[in-house]
Design a protein around this ligand. Structure first.
Ligand code: ADP
Ligand code: ASP
Ligand code: MG
Length: 410
């Protein structure tokens, strides 16, 4: 008998009606005789609403209590889903992340899964039940504290369980039809991709495509578990994320990320050891630096710019200020109105001119490029934050124009 893991995102379980629709879908999968583990997210915008509640009582809530609060969201959905299945005569048991044996490190709000002790999940399956697991949460075994995995973390729960249980594949049910060539809410001409490789999906997710959490794609790649991203609103197939694809498209998709800020240290002396003096203290304080650009020096001094996640930007700027004083730099600027736009495609490795095409397309739309970084299958540019969507549309029009279907004999 095959084992399938299904994950339902917030919109897919937003109301009792939607949970009933999900229960009908689970019932249909059961009728086909599959073993089934179901991971659920919090209903609709519950996680954001809970964060808002926290802000109403404290300007700086303890991370431990935030995790206690947020995990309640998924707990509501898991119990309601199990009830809806019972009402349909289907045996089901709901488990919190901790009960499901999802062990994590101690890092509240961004915990990493260290191990899965899936005995209780297996027991539920052996008893012929559908096992419903609350997404996005785990427990640190050393302190027995409850943790959360970071926003979008239910995707990681689903793929970690799929890996631990040796599932045949994982279905990610969401509010769009699958993975598109760009966020369909921004580019109306975006096309649904029938399939995409793990490597390309990793780059898209890491570049801001929220449709799959990056860490869930990493699990898929490491354990060779295909992911089927599809809509919970109809039965049509979506996108298969898998090892290799039939053809390597030059460009698979475009993503953007509004969650970073740019720090610039101006007028630093242009001599060996300066970059180390700046980035070592940032690393020691666990600041995650993404892109770095150092300008060509003139008159013995230069500017260094780098991007960091927005929520650690002020901290990063403070660290940079201290280093700047020690180095005799002129000033530190913090710029929060930036965004990163990325073009991803495995075929660009063997196809010259893609970078030039990116710069041309952005220039023709009057968009200035502030920083550039590349991997073998990605080109990313930092632009003004309020130009990000225009940049995505410009790149989509240039690299993924609508397909023209020619009729025979015309
Ligand atoms: P869920 O709650 O189901 O986990 P998310 O909101 O986390 O859903 O992810 C789905 C959203 O991802 C879509 O509504 C869409 O706006 C966004 N998205 C961004 N990039 C893409 C893309 N390339 N293809 C599909 N959706 C995308
Ligand atoms: N509810 C959590 C969030 O909104 C986890 C998830 O939906 O994947 O981020
Ligand atoms: Mg999500």
């Amino acid at each position: 008998m095959s084992l399938i893991v299904q994950k339902y995102g917030g919109t897919s379980v937003a109301t009792p009606e939607r949970i009933n629709a999900v229960a009908d879908r689970i019932a249909a999968t059961r009728r086909d005789d599959h073993d089934l583990v179901v991971v659920v997210s919090a209903m609709g915008h519950t996680t954001d609403e809970l964060l808002e509640l926290a802000r109403g009582v404290s300007p700086d809530p303890p991370a431990r209590e935030i995790d206690m609060l947020l995990t309640a969201g998924e707990r509501i959905t898991m119990a309601l889903t199990a009830m809806a299945l019972h009402a349909r005569g289907i045996g089901a048991i709901s488990l919190t992340g901790s009960q499901a044996g999802i062990l994590t490190d101690a890092s509240h709000g961004a915990a990493r899964i260290t191990e899965i002790k899936a005995d209780r999940v297996r027991q539920g399956l052996e008893n012929g039940k559908v096992v419903i697991v609350a997404g996005f949460q785990g427990v640190d075994p050393s302190s027995r504290e409850i943790t959360t995995l970071g926003r979008g973390g239910s995707d990681a729960t689903a793929m970690a369980l799929a890996a631990a249980l040796g599932a045949d594949f994982c279905e990610m049910y969401t509010d769009v039809d699958g993975v598109f060539t760009a966020d369909p809410r921004i580019v109306s001409a975006a096309r649904l991709l029938p399939e995409i490789s793990f490597d390309e999906m990793l780059e898209l997710s890491a570049s801001g495509a929220a449709v799959l959490m990056t860490r869930s794609v990493e699990f898929g790649r490491r354990f060779s578990i295909p992911i089927h991203v599809r809509s919970s609103f109809h039965d049509r197939p979506g996108t298969w994320v898998k090892e290799t694809t039939m053809e390597q498209a030059i460009i698979s998709g475009i993503a953007h990320d509004n969650s970073e800020s740019k720090v610039t240290v101006r007028g630093v002396p242009d001599r060996p050891g300066v970059a180390a003096a700046l980035f070592e203290p940032l690393a020691e304080r666990s600041v995650n630096v993404d892109m770095i650009v150092q300008n060509v020096g003139t008159d013995g001094s230069t500017d260094i710019s780098f991007t960091v996640p927005r929520d650690s930007a002020r901290h990063a700027a403070e660290v940079a200020e201290k280093v700047a004083v020690e180095l005799g730099a002129v000033a530190v600027d913090l710029d929060e109105n930036v965004a990163k736009v990325s073009l991803v495609g495995a075929g660009m490795k063997s196809h010259p001119g893609v970078a030039a095409g990116v710069f041309r397309a952005l220039a023709e739309s009057g968009i200035n490029i502030e920083m550039i970084s590349t991997s073998t299958i990605r080109i990313s540019c930092v632009v003004r934050g309020d130009q990000a969507e225009a940049a995505v549309r410009a790149l989509h029009a240039a690299f993924l124009p609508p397909m023209v279907v020619e009729e025979e004999g015309v």
